[in-house]
Write a protein that binds this ligand. Structure first.
Ligand code: PLP
Length: 428
C-alpha cells in the first residue's frame, strides 16, 4: 500500500487520524491512560458493549434462574447459533456453517477426530513447521489415539527462511499418503497470509480434506470459507475479536459435511428440537452446531455478543482497509526512523500476503520489549527475537503508532534496553 505524501511528522499522523472513518470506535474501548496497547493480536481489549452484554447475562441468571435458557436478554439455549450467524459474515460462511463453541485447541481436536479418517495408504496429516505449538500437540495426540507413530505420520512442511511458507512447497507435500491438511490462515509470528483458495483447490484435486486455523485472521481480515470451499476452520474469539480472556472459540464446517457424526459427540451435538427427548441415539444437528459437545460456557460467550455488534457496524472490509493502512504506516516509520539500528521487518511487504500485525526482529528483542513496557507500551515478544506490534483497526490511532516508533528510537539511541536481561518472561 502506498501512503499518500508519507511523512514522519506528528502532524501527518494526526492528519491520518482525522481521515480515519473508524476513529469513533476507539471511544468504545477501555484504553488505559498513559499506555499504548499494541497486543490486540494476542488479547483484544474490553469494549463497553462487551462489558454490557456480560453484565446482562449475569442479570439473566439473577432474574430467571433455569429459565434463562429460553428467556431474558440473551437466551442461553440459542446463544451459540445466534453468534454463529453473526460471525459467519466475518469468515464468509452461511449462518448454519458457523458455531461459537469450545476453544481453538478443543475445536481442532473435534474437527480432526471428525475429518481424519485414515484409509489404506492415506494415513498422514500435513501441517507446517512454523505453526502454533498447540496445533502440533493436538495433531500428534490425534495420531497417537489412532495408534500411529506421531513422527512418521505428521508431515511438517519446512520454511525456506524460518519466516514464511511457500504455497508451492505445501502443494508439493500433498502426496497420496496424506489424509488431512491443517494450516494457519495467518502465521502467528511473521503475519504471513497463506493463499487459502489456492491451497484448498490443490488439496481437493488430490482428494485430501483441508482445514484452517484462523486465530490470527478472524476479526482482522475477511474470509470466504464457503466460496473457497474449505472443509473446516476454527479460531479463538479473544484476539482480534475482543471476546475476553479464555472466551469461547468458533468453528466453520462446510455444509457439504452436514450430517456427519461428530468425532467428539455430546448432547449439544443434537438437533435442537431433539435434544430434550433425551434419547440414547444421537440425532446430530444438520449444521455446524453438530460439532458442539456439552453445555455452552455462557458467561465466557456473553462478551462476544457486544463485541460482534461493533464488527457488524464497522464492517470487516473497512476494518481490513484500516488495518492495512495503519500497519503500512508502522512499516514506513520503522523503515525511515529505525534504519541501521539492527531491526528487520519479518512480515511480508505485499498487502495480499500480510495480516494484522508487524513482526519486528532484533537480536535484543526480549530486552527491547521490557524497555517498551517500562515506557508504557504493551508489545508482544516471541522468542527468540521477535517483537510483534499490532496496530488494531478499531482502537489504535496513527498518533499512537507514531509515538511507539519515537519511543523505540529513543530506547535504541540511549541504549535503555541494556538495563534488562535478554530473556523472556513466564508469559511472553
Ligand atoms: C492463540 C492461538 C491458539 C490458542 O489456542 P487456545 O486453545 O485458545 O489456547 C492456537 N493456535 C493459534 C494459531 C493461535 O494463534
Amino acid at each position: 500500500m502506498i501512503l499518500n505524501n508519507f511523512q514522519t511528522t506528528l502532524e501527518y499522523a494526526k492528519e491520518l487520524d482525522k481521515e480515519d472513518s473508524l476513529k469513533d470506535f476507539r471511544e468504545e474501548f477501555y484504553l488505559k491512560p498513559g499506555s499504548i496497547y499494541m497486543d490486540g493480536n494476542s488479547l483484544g481489549l474490553l469494549s463497553k458493549r462487551a462489558e454490557r452484554t456480560l453484565l446482562e447475562s449475569l442479570e439473566d441468571w439473577k432474574e430467571h434462574g433455569i429459565d434463562g435458557w429460553t428467556q431474558g436478554n440473551h437466551p442461553w439455549f440459542f446463544m451459540a447459533e445466534e453468534l454463529g450467524k453473526k460471525l459467519s459474515t466475518l469468515v464468509g460462511g452461511s449462518a448454519e456453517e458457523v458455531i461459537v463453541t469450545g476453544s481453538t485447541t478443543v475445536n481442532l481436536h473435534q474437527l480432526v477426530s471428525t475429518f481424519y479418517t485414515p484409509d489404506g495408504i492415506r494415513t498422514k496429516i500435513l501441517a507446517d513447521e512454523l505453526t502454533f505449538p498447540s496445533d502440533i500437540y493436538a495433531l500428534q495426540s490425534e495420531l497417537r489415539i489412532h495408534g500411529y507413530d506421531q513422527d512418521q505420520h505428521l508431515i511438517r512442511v519446512k520454511s525456506r527462511d524460518g519466516r514464511f511458507l511457500e504455497e508451492d512447497d505445501i502443494i508439493e507435500a500433498m502426496t497420496d499418503d496424506v489424509a488431512l491438511i491443517v494450516l494457519p490462515t495467518v502465521l502467528y509470528r511473521s503475519g504471513q497470509i497463506l493463499d487459502i483458495k489456492r491451497l484448498t483447490e490443490a488439496a481437493h484435486n488430490k482428494g485430501i480434506l483441508i482445514g484452517f486455523d484462523a486465530c490470527h485472521s478472524a476479526g482482522s481480515i475477511p474470509h470466504y470459507f464457503s466460496d473457497w470451499d474449505v472443509d473446516f476452520a476454527f479460531w479463538c474469539n479473544y484476539k482480534h475479536l475482543n471476546g475476553g480472556p479464555g472466551g469461547v472459540g468458533g468453528l466453520f464446517v462446510n455444509k457439504r459435511h452436514f450430517g456427519k457424526m461428530p468425532g467428539l459427540a455430546g448432547w449439544f451435538s443434537s438437533a435442537k428440537e431433539k435434544q430434550f427427548d433425551m434419547e440414547h441415539t444421537l440425532t446430530p444437528a444438520q449444521s455446524a452446531g453438530a460439532f458442539q459437545i456439552g453445555t455452552p460456557h455462557v458467561l465466557s460467550v456473553a462478551p462476544l455478543i457486544g463485541s460482534l455488534e461493533i464488527f457488524t457496524e464497522a464492517g470487516i472490509e473497512n476494518i481490513r482497509q484500516k488495518s492495512l493502512k495503519i500497519n503500512q504506516y508502522l512499516i514506513n516509520l520503522i523503515d525511515t526512523e529505525l534504519a541501521d539500528m539492527g531491526f528487520f521487518i519479518g512480515t511480508p511487504r505485499e498487502d495480499a500476503r500480510r495480516g494484522g500485525h508487524v513482526s519486528l526482529e532484533h537480536n535484543e528483542a526480549a530486552r527491547i520489549c521490557k524497555s517498551l513496557k517500562e515506557n508504557g507500551i504493551i508489545p508482544d515478544f516471541r522468542a527468540p527475537n521477535i517483537i510483534r506490534l499490532a496496530p488494531v483497526a478499531l482502537y489504535t490511532s496513527y498518533e499512537e503508532v507514531w509515538k511507539v516508533v519515537q519511543i523505540l528510537k529513543t530506547i535504541m539511541t540511549e541504549k535503555q534496553y541494556e538495563r534488562f536481561k535478554n530473556e523472556r518472561e513466564v508469559v511472553a
